[in-house]
Ligand binder design. Structure first.
Ligand code: NAD
Ligand code: LMR
Length: 333
């Protein structure tokens, strides 16, 4: 058996964590042979609830779960981490945009970035989920200057999975038969779900998405709006933001970081833009198509971008610049 790895989940008493922890603890993310020490961070008033979550994890009697450490202290939570999944923060309510959470949430990610800098391994892989995820991720990365920016990513896999599933339902195939959708930009209503490079396997033959769907108007209109607004639609229906699907996307994202993306396929992740890909400005966490090998991501370069896509990619970048500037004002840095 390998040495156990230390995995932190913040917001561990919340609703996403409740759907997430079992999958991590049973080996779906880091591998079936990888023992885990699970560190569960939440705020002090939530410690009694967290204790219940710990009891349930213990009661699962899972072979890979070496230890569970519940805590409300950053110095305990961030110590010697191999992986950090930063969920803990306030979710939005019906009628809000995710960026309306910036004021409430960005300070958490500044503080936790500083804690990563101080206590975590320099190789730690950090996934930011708490909204607005891209800008929170940027602030966390900036607050941990000795950890490579490439180790930070934010969750747009939920949008990626939503796009994949919408196309699959339209074509009457399982979602596994749809590959290479792309989410560009912000995890917000300006995100651009792009299917120009997407392929659909229809009864054994691979077809370009536009050919398989045979409805350009839908792909350029309703499909995009549905994916952009899906989070809001779930909140309207459930009166709570997505949790089960968010947890599944977190598992997909972290598993791909750990074990790589399948050959010939790419996925979507919010990663640091150094200004060298697709004309996206530098110093943003922007969702790109990426391939992952040996725990390192690489942006898939050279994809053709038409005018329709260009304008949508630019619009979501503009929003991210505004969010970054607002975050800086809130933090007073
Ligand atoms: P929730 O309210 O059920 O749980 C959040 C938990 O975080 C609570 O237990 C709370 O006490 C805890 N918390 C608050 N501040 C903390 C801190 N400083 N340190 C540690 N824990 C802290 O919310 P949820 O439904 O689990 O959602 C969590 C976040 O994830 C929200 O911001 C939500 O918008 C976001 N989200 C993102 C995506 C995505 O795709 N990126 C998807 C779904 C939800
Ligand atoms: C989602 O996309 O479901 C999450 O970001 C939650 C939200 O606020 O929409």
């Amino acid at each position: 058996m390998a040495e156990p790895i230390r995995v932190l989940v913040t917001g561990a008493a919340g609703q996403i964590a409740y759907s997430l922890l079992f999958s991590i603890a049973k080996g779906d993310v880091f591998g079936k042979d990888q023992p885990i020490i699970l560190i569960l961070l939440d705020i002090s008033p939530m410690l009694p609830v967290l204790e219940g979550v710990v009891m349930e994890l213990q009661d699962c009697a899972l072979p890979l779960l070496n230890d569970i450490i519940p805590t409300d202290k950053e110095e305990v939570g961030f110590k010697d981490l191999d992986a950090a999944i930063l969920v803990g923060s306030m979710p939005r309510k019906d009628g809000m945009e995710r960026k309306d959470l910036l004021k409430a949430n960005v300070a958490i990610f500044k503080s936790q970035g500083a804690a990563l800098e101080k206590y975590a391994k320099k190789t730690v892989k950090v996934l930011v989920v708490g909204n607005p995820a891209n800008t929170n991720c940027l602030i966390a990365a900036k607050s941990a200057p000795s950890i490579p920016k490439e180790n930070f990513s934010c969750l747009t896999r939920l949008d990626h999975n939503r796009a994949r599933s919408q196309v699959a339902m339209r074509c009457g195939v399982p979602a596994t038969q749809v590959k290479n959708v792309i989410i560009w930009g912000n995890h917000s209503s300006t995100q651009y779900p792009d299917v120009h490079h997407c392929m659909v396997n229809m009864s054994g033959s691979e077809q370009a998405c536009f050919e398989a769907v045979k409805d350009d108007a839908w792909l350029k209109g309703e499909f995009i709006a549905t994916v952009q607004q899906r989070g809001a639609a779930v909140i309207k229906a459930r009166k709570l933001s997505s949790a089960m699907s968010a947890a599944k996307a977190i598992c997909d994202h972290m598993r791909d970081i750990w074990t790589g993306t399948p050959d010939g396929e790419f996925t979507s992740m919010g990663v640091y833009s150094s200004g060298n890909s697709y004309g996206v400005p530098e110093d943003l966490i922007y969702s790109f198509p990426v391939q992952i090998k040996n725990k390192s991501w690489k942006i898939v370069d050279g994809l053709a971008i038409n005018d329709f896509s260009r304008s949508k990619m630019d619009a979501t970048a503009t929003e991210l610049i505004e969010e970054r500037d607002t975050a800086v004002t809130f933090l007073g840095v």
